[in-house]
Design a protein around this ligand. Sequence first.
Ligand code: PEP
Ligand code: CO
Length: 440
Amino acid sequence: MDLDSWRALQAAQQPEWPDPDELEKVVAELGGLPPLVFAGECDQLKDQLAAVARGEAFVLQGGDCAETFTGATADNVRNKLKTLLQMAIVLTYAGRVPVVKIGRVAGQFAKPRSKPTEVRDGVELPAYRGDMVNGFDFTPEARRPDPWRLLKAYHSSAVTLNLARAFTKGGYADLRQVHAWNQDFVAGSPSGRRYEQLAREIDQALAFMRACGAEPEEFHTVEFYSSHEALILDYDRALTRIDSRTGLPYDVSAHMVWIGERTRQLDGAHVDFFAKIRNPIGVKLGPSTTADDALALIEKLNPANEAGRLTFITRFGASKIRDLLPGLVKEITASGARVAWICDPMHGNTFETPSGHKTRRVDDVLDEVAGFFEVHRALGTHPGGIHIEFTGDDVTECLGGGHEINEADLATRYETACDPRLNRVQSLDLAFRVAELYRG
Ligand code: PEP
Ligand code: CO
């Protein structure tokens, strides 16, 4: 199998590295480094996503739009995990469904951009493409693509994943900690209080089970998986290894990788590369997607029709999902293709305020999720999960939600390196809403 056939094809959204020799050195070094995840873990996630495709489990996938190297701190990673764990427990308990937890973490360092350059006050510089490529500061030095950043991205991912594994396996994710995850600014919010009530109920259920002599291992740790958009193919290719058990190639930089809306060209390099790796994979589908496009992607990316291999992440926008999703789901279901459907209610709902902040309305996010459930319920298909951009901190990047953030508030704590993220309270609100929708 030729893992490099993508090199002859058009690869959208790749940086123009100033010095190809430097890139080669970095890629050689990356190629000798240990895997970040094991192929067997990728298979395990694929099995869980197969359950999602069958309608037996729900995906919660989320994290920053763009991780940064300076953001790989213990506090930051813990707060994100805490948010994900709180959301997952709400969905599991109130939604009564097993939740597959996937972070947009430990590798989400590269961004596709709508324009290759950015102009400020008449000065034009290359656009910021994520810490894996160049720097966020608006200076010629920072914006120059530097291939050594690929290596830094690997190490930053390793640190983050190590911490995430320690948190999820070392006692922090133990169900007896349900209250501890709620102890900070979130506790005073309406959804924080609602969560506290739910946590008390869980406590009682646990006490009852313990009294019955039941204390299953599942209560003490959680399975947590990593994912990112595999955008910079030199990076993901360098971290693709042949699995010694099966002789098959896996991208061992993350458990799951996805193809973005801007790089899913059927005859493009990304689709070719993804067809070769054996990880569970996702493809983002925007409003221009036709059923034929989606069927052709299935043909290329999952010719054996394995459940769990392919997840479609739809991101149509709240105003379009009810019109555009039904046709797609109908035709794909009729074809017999096994896919999991999950909803990204973020990327179709972004706009810029007069103050120049990229933002999203929480109401639009909730409305797109509601539309996603309506469409799948009407067709008898399974609304398989959500894919969101959030942070564990008290930022002010999305409008509305529990603390009613308005346009004037945006500047208070606008910290994202790319798209606006839901803050902790907004994320928890969303989890309660999704749990209600799931139970119907
Ligand atoms: C993203 O997930 O941050 C992103 C760029 O999404 P999309 O490919 O759907 O535009
Ligand atoms: Co984004």
